[in-house]
Design a protein around this ligand. Structure first.
Ligand code: ARG
Ligand code: ZN
Ligand code: CA
Length: 251
């Protein structure tokens, strides 16, 4: 009645080691983190600077409900860039798990590790354009999923919060370019991605305009403990994607 959309979630766990076979408790913990972050009830929301209070999303009015967990063991030690390009973890025929009804369910795949040239990636997502296709959903490496037993500094479940942002139509806050555009009016233009734990205030100058940047936005690359808000503009975008006329109206 208040317009909250409750998204049914299927978690597909593909593991080689027991550590990668994340427990039911850890899955519940990750869902709870998503619900807090998307509800604006995360305890670190108290850290949102006064300057950004007026543009914070508060309650995004999206919630998550776990409906099923599917587990499968594999002999694969890692999911390479080729695996990611082909989404091999999302097909039973290539050693993965087929998505459960992706038009109506949000599928998450938890995999052991995803190496790349710089080290390893935390996760990746499909945008709303892929709604309902076999590859639709979010992939997260087990060490960055949930909280208990996860790997610092990405151990507060914010990789899922970030990836779900992409799934619901959000771009990176720096627009994936120097002083790029994320197509959200109330997120300040910033030069590039932030990493680590930036200290507030942090200023960037783009096209001659100096701005205090929103490095604590979930769509930046700061460490998990430094990510704690969406903006009102991002909320509007995500709500349009889940609305009756949006690409993800089936959820
Ligand atoms: N690199 C990933 C992406 O671009 C996830 C980054 C998540 N950041 C974090 N602090 N957990 O989708
Ligand atoms: Zn991202
Ligand atoms: Ca912006």
């Amino acid at each position: 009645a208040d317009g909250t959309v409750e998204i049914p979630v299927v978690v597909n766990v593909i593991y080689k080691t027991t550590a990668q076979n994340v427990s039911d408790a850890r899955i519940a913990e990750q869902i709870a983190i998503l619900n807090a972050d998307y509800g604006g009830t995360n305890s670190d929301a108290s850290l949102i600077p006064t300057e950004f209070q007026g543009v914070k999303a508060g309650d995004v009015k999206v919630r998550f409900r776990l409906v099923n967990t599917i587990r499968k063991s594999t002999t694969k030690t890692s999911w390479t860039s080729t695996d990611r390009a082909n989404n091999t973890m999302k097909k039973a025929s290539t050693g993965g798990i087929d998505a459960t009804n992706p038009t109506n369910y949000f599928n998450i795949w938890v995999v052991g590790s995803m190496p790349d040239t710089q080290g390893s990636i935390l996760g990746y997502a499909t945008f709303p354009e892929s709604a309902g296709t076999w590859k639709d959903g979010v992939v997260i490496a087990a060490p960055y999923f949930g909280k208990t037993g996860a790997s610092a500094p990405f151990n507060l479940g914010r990789t899922a919060t970030h990836e779900v942002g992409h799934y619901l139509g959000l771009r990176h806050i720096w627009g994936d370019a120097n002083c790029g555009d994320d197509l959200i009016a109330d997120t300040p233009t910033q030069t590039t991605a932030n990493t680590g734990n930036p200290s507030y205030p942090l200023y960037n100058t783009c096209y001659g305009v100096k701005r205090s940047v929103m490095f604590m936005n979930y769509m930046d690359y700061s460490d998990d403990k430094s990510l704690y808000m969406f903006s009102a503009g991002q909320k509007t975008k995500m709500q349009s994607v889940t609305s009756a006329s949006g690409a993800r109206s089936g959820l």
